[in-house]
Write a protein that binds this ligand. Structure first.
Ligand code: PMV
Length: 361
């Protein structure tokens, strides 16, 4: 299957150029946690694509005079050259070179910036890797003009996945599925696909406010985290549960069942953390303020009948999800009652978006 991503014509023709993509972050509703080599998920996951949290990357490329040794690139973040990002990108390049054979033929400048603050605890790997993947695909498109739009995005997602698993869900679509599932047509372990089954209007413009509880470096890297699922006593059961939860969320989306959405999404978040608490070695990634927020959300829901709920990444920050018609009241509640649990009272309002955009700068 991977074979189809190896291009037929290998020679790069363009001397030089520049391309810019803006790619979003995403938040998983059914979580990906556990993988096989090379970056293949143990279970299907599904996410909302975000809108305001995004990365903008300009890739400048020029033919190398003398192609010797390894890749030739530099990385610039917010105007400053970043040596420490290079090893991750080098690993990414090694993994994708089979599919992007012109990688060694160019000198690249990867100039990138995030719309959210650096080290805010918001993972930039999903948007960052999908941005590089899309820029490379734009170069491929120059060489292979017959590439269809569908093939372009599919391969971009395939490449992004090899950079960071969840990045394959940051390419196209408002709701994205990654990982083969018997009830989702076209789903694949190799790339994410836009979710095409019925989705009630309430979920089309869902809101996500990200509470920045802890802005530090991640306590456990995703790589270490995913590896903890190997030999984990509850792993098999968890992977089955995720497959079942995909069936459930399909019905929830189709039937506009917001109460069941809340139950499923919160359970997924806590299960992800439960997996980490029961692995060897074990970790607690929530902070006291994460729990304070969760309790406040539950109390608010009980008191007001609101449909506000939470989800978590592999860290202490909280994503608050709510329907658009509650935007005003929930945002008031966040400002007045939840901001105190955030580092420097900081949070980011976001909502479901449509995926990556090519920019002309
Ligand atoms: O893409 P990675 O390897 O950083 O893994 C991301 C895992 C979670 O964010 C915790 C869940 C998910 O599905 O996005």
């Amino acid at each position: 299957m991977e074979q189809k991503f190896i291009p037929k014509s290998l020679a790069a023709s363009k001397e030089s150029g520049k391309v810019t993509w803006q790619t979003p972050s995403n938040i998983a509703l059914v979580k990906y946690w556990g993988k096989k080599n090379p970056q293949l998920p143990e279970n299907t996951s599904i996410s909302f694509t975000l809108s305001n949290c995004h990365t903008t990357t300009t890739l400048t490329y020029g033919k190398r005079k003398d192609v010797k040794g390894t890749y030739d690139f530099k990385v610039i973040l917010d105007g400053k050259e970043q040596e420490d990002f290079k090893p991750k990108i080098e690993t990414f390049f090694k993994r994708i070179e089979r599919y992007v054979p012109f990688l060694r033929e160019y000198t690249f400048i990867i100039d990138t910036k995030n719309s959210f603050p650096h080290s805010s605890g918001i993972a930039s790997s999903a948007s960052g890797m999908s941005a590089i993947a899309l820029c490379l695909m734009s170069i491929e498109k120059e060489i292979n003009i017959n590439l269809t739009e569908e093939a372009f995005y599919q391969k971009a997602s395939f490449l992004a996945r090899l950079g960071s698993g969840s990045a394959c869900r940051s390419v196209k679509g408002d709701i994205v599925v990654w990982g083969e599932h018997e009830n989702i047509e076209g789903s694949s372990d190799l790339y994410g696909i836009p979710y095409k089954d019925g989705v009630a209007s309430v979920f089309k413009n869902y809101q996500d406010t990200i509470l920045l509880i802890d802005k530090g470096e991640k306590q456990v890297s995703s790589t270490v985290g995913h590896n903890l699922m190997h030999g984990h006593p509850f792993a098999e059961q968890r992977f089955l549960q995720a497959q079942e939860n995909i069936n459930k969320i399909k019905d929830i989306f189709a039937n506009s069942d917001v109460d069941q959405f809340i139950a499923l999404v919160e359970s997924e978040a806590l299960t992800l953390h439960a997996m980490m608490m029961t692995s060897n070695p074990y970790f607690i990634l929530m902070k006291p303020n994460t729990l304070e927020v969760i309790n406040q959300v539950w109390a608010y829901r009980k008191k007001t009948g609101s449909k506000l709920c939470f989800t978590l990444d592999a860290g202490a920050n909280v994503h608050l999800l709510y329907p658009e018609n509650e935007k005003e009241t929930v945002q008031e509640f966040i400002k007045n009652k939840l901001a105190i649990y955030c580092k420097d009272k900081s949070f980011i309002h976001d909502c479901v978006g449509n995926g990556a955009k090519q920019l002309t700068i």
